[in-house]
Design a protein around this ligand. Structure first.
Ligand SMILES: N[C@@H](CCC(=O)N[C@@H](CS)C(=O)NCC(=O)O)C(=O)O
Length: 209
């Protein structure tokens, strides 16, 4: 039995969608993000960085969204190409790119004060992060052109990751959905029953991207 520590719409959305896609038993533990529960002593024992999500698996707390996603996809078939399969390299590429570049840049967009010393520079730091994000979505859209899913072999955890990023990208000056390829991809992912169930359980309302 897994235990996912989550807060609606945050990075926990990816493991939450995956758990429902995979059909494995799990329990949700709501973290009061607004109330700062993630910085409290009990949560810091699970993740000393004070960030959401955490997945408790076999009594061990795992943090970092991408690590949780890779671990879940390894343990339960259906969301990743087999180790050594031709698409496995692309799968790693997308999972790492979405974590290391796209999601990481979003931290600068949502929390620009963490990236500056002088509060007077906050708007500028946020604007610069927004520009980097929009450029990144342009690159991803180019790579997705002409295909339904990120991997030639079909739907994978990387598509769920991209949906979460495109969803967060609705807050940009030019929302990610403005790119028709990204809007069409999001519509395909959103059509999946497990994804709809996740959004409903988290209390998230349309428009989702
Ligand atoms: N690299 C971390 C980043 C997670 C992250 O930034 N989580 C945000 C929610 S999307 C969070 O916990 N924010 C609350 C805070 O920083 O206090 C991961 O992927 O797990």
């Amino acid at each position: 039995m897994y235990e996912l520590h989550y807060s609606p719409g945050t990075a926990s959305l990816l493991p939450h969608m995956m758990l429902r896609e995979l059909g494995v038993p799990f329990q949700l533990r709501l973290v009061d993000r607004e109330g700062g529960e993630q910085a409290g002593p009990a949560y810091l024992k699970l993740n000393p960085n004070g960030r959401i999500p955490v997945l408790v698996a076999d009594g061990r707390a795992l943090y970092e969204t991408a690590a949780i996603a890779l671990h879940l996809a390894d343990r339960h078939p259906g969301l990743a190409p087999a180790v050594g399969a031709p698409d496995r390299g692309d799968y790693y590429k997308w999972m790492v790119h979405l974590a290391n570049t796209t999601q990481a840049e979003f931290r600068a967009w949502f929390y620009p004060h963490e990236y500056i010393d002088d509060p007077a520079h906050e708007a500028s730091a946020k604007a610069a992060a927004g520009k980097r994000m929009m450029a990144n979505f342009g690159v991803i859209a180019g790579q997705l052109e002409g295909r339904d899913w990120l991997l030639p072999s079909g739907f994978s955890a990387a598509d769920l990751y991209l949906l979460m990023m495109v969803r967060w990208g609705r807050t940009l000056p030019h929302p990610a959905r403005e790119k028709p390829v990204l809007a069409a991809h999001a519509a395909r992912v959103l059509a999946r029953p497990a994804v709809q169930e996740t959004l409903a359980v988290e209390g998230l309302a349309a428009p989702f991207v």
